[in-house]
Design a protein around this ligand. Structure first.
Ligand code: HXC
Ligand code: NAP
Length: 272
């Protein structure tokens, strides 16, 4: 059952950084399905145009603009273009990211810096540049972080450090921009199925099964799970939520739940 009414986002303008694929595109698609106009940016015009076209083909309104989040001027220009076309921006999603599994000793300084530059510096660029283009009061800014920010994972020193920075930035900006009526939050997805991220982090059936066995809810999430949380966080119903880092991860960030605690008979056990 869907609790969101048709057209609930009509009149809203949404800007998605890193919107050519995966979770971020799904967020853009969901907002568009609910009536919003959506601007997407990514490094590659062909990919981001194709992504925008999926929204248009589904009856929505969208444009795709080439802009690398490491290039402040390009991000600024894209925000201005979206505002010019659709009006003041209500929702900004900062989700551009790069990641790969690598032990720290296999990371060159440039490898570490590249991930910091896309994820953390890119998020600063998007959030800083959007300030003059968003609705004040009323805007909802959402960064896409990860559980690795607060619970370190081996071979993820680069991405974990970058996402930890995003968490702190989110909370600092929530304090500074709250008085202007801007809410700043982050979503920490857990492992989400059918994404580039998981194909890199759990690249085989064995790795996938082993990971699922450690998740309290025993499965990957869906891109739609994250998109629905973004819609809620940008709604009036969430108007008192700011500075929050919200896990949507099946309980993953709580720790390894592979032990079968319910080996002890329990009346509430679902598979008993
Ligand atoms: C070690 C690596 C590497 C690897 C690249 N590098 N891949 N080092 N192991 N597997 C090094 C390169 O050798 C180079 O260092 C430096 O990183 C920069 O590489 P480039 O290819 O020049 O960078 P660029 O073209 O900017 O591409 C960025 C990228 C790439 C991050 C490396 O993978 C990319 O474009 N990713 C975008 C898509 C993506 O990653 N999606 C998943 C996001 S999911 P040297 O020293 O040789 O110059 C995600 C999941 C969950 O974030 C989050 C958990 C925290
Ligand atoms: P994805 O499909 O690879 O998405 C990454 C997006 O970022 C792509 O659209 C990519 O587009 C864009 N991008 C990369 N570098 C960029 C740059 N420099 N400038 C502008 N855009 C750039 O990966 P995903 O797995 O869906 O991940 C999406 C977000 O969720 C990321 O923030 C990731 O860290 C987070 N996350 C994912 C998971 C998961 O399970 N997948 C878990 C936790 C957190 P181009 O290549 O076209 O530039």
């Amino acid at each position: 059952m869907d609790i969101f009414r048709d057209g609930i986002c009509a009149g809203k303008v949404v800007f998605v950084a890193g919107g050519s694929s995966g979770i971020n595109l799904a967020i853009g698609q969901r907002f568009a399905e609910l009536g919003a106009k959506v601007g997407l940016i990514s490094r590659k015009q062909d990919r981001v145009s194709a992504a925008a076209q999926t929204i248009v083909d589904a009856g929505g309104t969208a444009m795709g603009i080439e802009a690398d989040v490491r290039d402040y001027a390009a991000v600024e220009a894209a925000l201005a273009q979206v505002k010019q076309a659709y009006g003041e921006i209500d929702v900004v999603i900062s989700g551009a990211a790069g990641n790969f599994l690598a032990p720290a000793v296999a990371l060159s300084p440039n490898a570490f810096q590249t991930v910091i530059a896309i994820d953390l510096l890119g998020t600063f660029n998007v959030l800083r540049a959007c300030y003059d283009h968003i609705r004040k009061p009323g805007a909802s800014l959402i960064s896409i972080t990860a559980g690795q920010a607060t619970r370190p994972v081996m071979f993820q020193a680069h991405a974990g450090a970058a996402k930890a920075g995003i968490n702190n930035l989110t909370q600092g900006l929530a304090m500074e921009w709250g008085p202007a009526g801007i809410r700043v939050n982050a979503i920490a997805p857990g492992p989400i199925g059918d994404t580039e991220g998981m194909s890199r982090l759990a690249p085989s059936e064995e790795a996938t099964a082993a990971l699922k066995a450690r998740i309290p809810l025993r499965d990957y999430g869906t891109k739609r799970d994250i998109a629905d949380l973004a819609v809620f966080l940008s709604s009036e119903n969430a108007k008192y939520i700011t500075g929050a880092i919200i896990d949507c991860d099946g309980g993953s960030n709580l720790g390894d739940a592979s032990a079968d605690a319910l080996a002890i008979p329990h009346a509430d056990r679902r598979d008993a």
